[in-house]
Write a protein that binds this ligand. Sequence first.
Ligand code: 1MF
Length: 186
Amino acid sequence: MHGLVNKGLRDLVIDWRGPSAWSLVQERAMVDEDYFIANQAYDDAVTYRLVAAAAEVLGVELTEVLQRFGEWWVLSTAKNHYGALMHAHGRSLREFLLNLPNLHTRVLAFFPDLRPPEFTSEEVSPGRFELHYRSERAGLAPFVLGLLQGLGKWFETPVEIRHDLKREQGADHDVFQIAWKDSKKP
Ligand code: 1MF
C-alpha cells in the first residue's frame, strides 16, 4: 500500500504509546524504514506485518488496531495531508457518502499505482445509508468501520454503524448500514 498508509500507522502507534512502542513494532515486523515515502507504493505485506506487530506490542486485538487506524486515517492522516481532497468530497456526512464512490477516481488520476477498494453507497432513507465495500485486499473491513466512525466525527454527526454482511463469514462482500439522526426529520 501507499506509503501514506504506513506512515499513518506509525504516527498512530507513536501517538498511542510513544516512540519506544514504534521501535518495538518495527523490530517485530522486521521493517527497517523509519520514514515512509508518501507517494510510493509498498508491498501490502509490510502494512499487514506492521498492523499485526502493533496489536502484539499494544496488547490489543487486531480488529481494534484496524478500527482505531481507520479513525486516525480520517481525522489525522487524511486531514493533515489531503484536507483539500476531503473537503472537496462533501460538506456533510450525507454528501461525503454520496461522493465516496468517486473519491479514489480522483486520486487515481494522479497516482495510477493505487489499488483502491470499490465503494457503492445507497441512500435508503434520510439519515440511512447502505454502503457496499469490495476490495482486492482481505481482512480490512474493521479498518473501513473505523473510517466510517472517523467520518462521523469529522462531520460532528453521531453515527450508528452495523456490519451485517461480512466477507470474512462467507458473504460476497462487506455491507455496512450507517444511520444518524436526520435534523430535517420532524
Ligand atoms: O492502494 C493503496 O495504496 C490505497 C491506499 C489508501 C488505497 C486506498 C487508500 C485509502 N483508503 C484506505 C482503505 C483501503 C482499504 C482497502 O484497500 O481495502 C481509505 C479511503 C477513505 C474512506 C473513507 C474516507 C476517506 C478515505 O480516504 C481519504 C483518502 C483517500 C486516498 C488518499 C488520501 C485520503 C490518497 C491521496 C493521495 C495518494 C494516495 C492516497 O497518493 C498520491 C496522489 C497524488 C500524488 C501523490 C500521491
